[in-house]
Design a protein around this ligand. Structure first.
Ligand SMILES: O=C(O)CCC(=O)C(=O)O
Length: 274
């Protein structure tokens, strides 16, 4: 089953839908364990640009991208021909000052038309205390906005891209239990604050699921088929990982991230740490 009529209506009116049940808490814990194993056995392997395309280095992450509850919800929004074109880990440790400035995903990513949706999978609970995302409802009905490039070192976005003067009291907190997801529109203004809790806040973000008709107008992206058909062949396909951090898996992640970096920093004078 996909989104209910009410959920779909909420997405259309507000630009996001949340919470949607997807993984069990045990599955979310398994992913947290996978993250913490990589951090321990391969220090630095999930940092900087390497926080991206992590579904290419781990069969477990790859499996999450194909989860049928997630794909059913995605299909309700973008139709049945679905490609995975990227993943990112957004981790906020309790002893750090990480935040995400208010921004629109469509600003620098080059995916057009906007037949795509971002899925944020809660690997830990996400709430107001630990810095869950906040959405400015209805902002997806507006155009792309001007973004300041702040390159703040605690900002978890590539360029510290910031939409100014977003009224915090008009934003909706996206509170999720581990295993639940939210889905948001390419144009919605969203961001997140500091983690004031004693535990990490971890989001595994599929950025994004795209309809097979979507083009990459800035550079090149590596995709995988999630569901349906790809009659367009707009993108090159990446290898599905068969083992955690294997040699071929790392090569394929590096290749994809090199191209992604060109997209993120296209026309930018400065390059950030992600
Ligand atoms: O994890 C966060 O706090 C923000 C993530 C985000 O901006 C996104 O998924 O588009």
């Amino acid at each position: 089953m996909g989104l209910t009529k009410e959920q779909l209506n909420h997405y259309k009116q507000k630009g996001y839908v949340s919470p949607v049940n997807a993984l069990t808490s045990a599955e979310a814990k398994e992913i947290r364990d996978e993250i913490e194993k990589i951090e321990k056995d391969w220090p630095g392997a999930l940092e900087g640009i390497n926080r991206n395309y992590i579904h290419l280095i781990s069969p477990k992450f790859n499996k999450i991208c194909l989860n049928k509850n997630i794909l059913n919800a995605v299909e309700s929004i973008i139709g049945k021909n679905i490609l995975i074109c990227g993943t990112t880990l957004f981790i906020k440790n309790s002893n750090e000052r990480g935040f995400v400035s208010f921004h629109q995903d469509a600003k620098y990513i080059g995916l057009e038309p906007y037949n795509w949706v971002t899925v944020w999978v809660a690997i830990t609970d996400a709430n107001e205390k630990n810095g869950c995302m906040r959405m400015l409802p209805g902002s997806h009905k507006e155009n792309l906005k001007y973004h300041d490039q702040k390159f703040d070192e605690n900002n978890l976005l590539t360029r510290g891209q910031t939409v100014k003067d977003v009224p915090l009291d008009k934003t909706d907190p996206i509170v999720l239990k581990a295993g639940q997801i939210s889905l948001h529109h390419p144009l919605i203004v969203h961001g997140s604050g500091l983690n004031h809790s004693n535990d990490r806040r971890i989001g595994f973000v599929i950025q994004s699921y795209i309809g097979a008709n979507v083009n990459q107008v800035i550079g090149k992206m590596y995709v995988q088929k999630a569901r349906g058909e790809d009659k367009y062949n707009n993108h090159e396909y990446s290898k599905v990982p068969s083992r955690l951090m294997g040699k071929d898996e790392i090569i394929s992640q590096n290749k994809a991230n090199k191209e992604l970096s060109k997209i993120f920093y296209n026309d930018s004078k400065k390059v950030g740490k992600f």
